[in-house]
Design a protein around this ligand. Structure first.
Ligand code: SF4
Length: 311
C-alpha cells in the first residue's frame, strides 16, 4: 500500500522525496514538434490538436517566469505548498537549439520553490547534445523525461502516425538510463483496432523495460483533430468506463511495485471533447479504480512477472 492507495502514486513518491506536497506547474515552452513542422510529418499524431496537450498548460505568449507565477497563483487557491516541479508539457520539449533549451530549463529551475523539472518529448528528439544537457541538469536537480510511446504495436503506431518505430523508444530509454535519468512512459488505452490483449501487451512491455514511471491515458476523440474526422466517417468502439477501469486495474497489477504511477485519467480539453463524455468525471474513474482493486483484493505488482519468472 502507498498511503491510502493500492498503487504507487506520484503524490506518494514526491512526498517521500521532498517531505511535503509537490505540485506540477504545466508550462508551454513555445516549442513545436517534428511530427507537425514537416520534418517527420505535417499533421502530427492523429489525436494531437492544434494547441497540443493539457487543459491547464500555461500560455506560450508568456515567459517561463510569468507562466510559473501565473500557475502558482492559480494553484494557491487549492493547495498549500511551496514546492513545485516545472513541467514542460506542450508539444516536443527537447525540439529546439541547445541554447534555447538550456535558457528555458534554467529559467524554470531558478524560480522560487521549483525543486525539479519534468520534460515531455519524443524518443527521436534526444540527440547527443540534448542527452548531455539533460545529464547535467539531472546532476543538479530532480529530473524526469516523459516519452509518448502510446502503443508497442506497429500497426497502431502507423495508424496514429507516431512517426518512429519501437526500436527508437528502446534506444532512448537505454541512453537515458545510462545517464541515470528517470523516464516516464505514456500509453494510450482504446486505440482503434487494439484488443484488450494488445493493450495489456503494451503494459507488459513497459513493465519489462522497468522505466521509473508510467502514465495511462484513455483515448479521447477531440474536435479539431484528424482522429475526430476519421471517427465521424469510420466509427470504432470506444471504451466504456467499466472497460477502462478493468483495463487500468489489470495494467496496475502487471507493473512492478516501484514503478511510479503519474496518471490514470486524461487531462484533455473539456470544450473540445467529443467522446467519451464519461471521462469528464475523473473522480468517478479514480474511485472506480480504487474500488475494483479493493474488490479484487489486489494492488500494483500483484501479477508482475519478470522475464526470469516467465522463463
Ligand atoms: S509527438 Fe506529441 S506534439 Fe508531436 S504530433 Fe504527436 S502528440 Fe502532437
Amino acid at each position: 500500500m502507498w498511503g491510502d492507495k493500492r498503487y504507487h502514486t506520484l503524490n506518494y513518491e514526491l512526498r517521500k522525496q521532498f517531505g511535503k506536497k509537490v505540485m506540477k506547474l504545466s508550462l508551454d515552452g513555445g516549442f513545436t514538434c517534428p511530427n507537425r513542422d514537416g520534418t517527420i510529418g505535417c499533421r502530427g499524431c492523429i489525436f494531437c490538436g492544434e494547441e497540443g496537450a493539457g487543459e491547464f498548460t500555461g500560455s506560450r505568449n508568456l515567459s517561463i517566469k510569468e507562466q510559473i507565477e501565473e500557475q502558482k497563483r492559480l494553484l494557491s487557491n487549492k493547495w498549500n505548498t511551496d514546492k513545485y516541479i516545472a513541467y514542460f508539457q506542450n508539444f516536443t520539449n527537447t525540439y529546439s537549439s541547445i541554447e534555447d533549451l538550456k535558457k528555458k530549463y534554467y529559467e524554470a529551475l531558478s524560480q522560487d520553490g521549483v525543486v525539479g523539472l519534468a520534460i515531455a518529448t519524443r524518443p527521436d528528439c534526444l540527440s547527443k547534445d540534448v542527452l548531455e544537457l539533460l545529464a547535467n541538469i539531472n546532476q543538479k536537480t530532480y529530473l524526469w523525461v516523459e516519452l509518448g510511446l502510446q502503443t508497442i504495436h506497429e500497426r497502431t503506431s502507423n495508424f496514429i502516425r507516431r512517426g518512429y518505430p519501437l526500436k527508437i523508444y528502446n534506444k532512448a530509454i537505454q541512453e537515458l538510463k545510462d545517464k541515470n535519468i528517470k523516464i516516464v512512459t505514456h500509453l494510450i488505452f482504446g486505440l482503434p483496432g487494439e484488443s484488450r490483449e494488445d493493450i495489456l501487451n503494451s503494459v507488459r512491455y513497459v513493465a519489462d523495460t522497468n522505466t521509473w514511471g508510467v502514465k495511462f491515458h484513455l483515448l479521447y476523440i477531440q474536435k479539431g483533430t484528424d482522429l475526430y474526422e476519421y471517427y465521424i466517417k469510420n466509427p470504432f468502439p470506444i471504451l466504456s468506463r467499466e472497460e477502462y477501469i478493468s483495463l487500468v486495474v489489470d495494467g496496475l497489477e502487471m507493473l512492478p511495485e516501484e514503478m511510479v504511477i503519474h496518471r490514470l485519467t486524461g487531462d484533455g480539453k473539456k470544450n473540445l471533447l467529443y467522446k467519451p463524455k464519461w471521462s469528464l468525471d475523473k473522480l468517478r474513474v479514480l474511485s472506480g479504480i480504487d474500488k475494483e482493486l479493493k474488490r479484487r483484493n489486489s494492488c500494483q505488482g500483484s501479477r508482475y512477472q519478470t522475464k526470469n519468472d516467465i522463463k
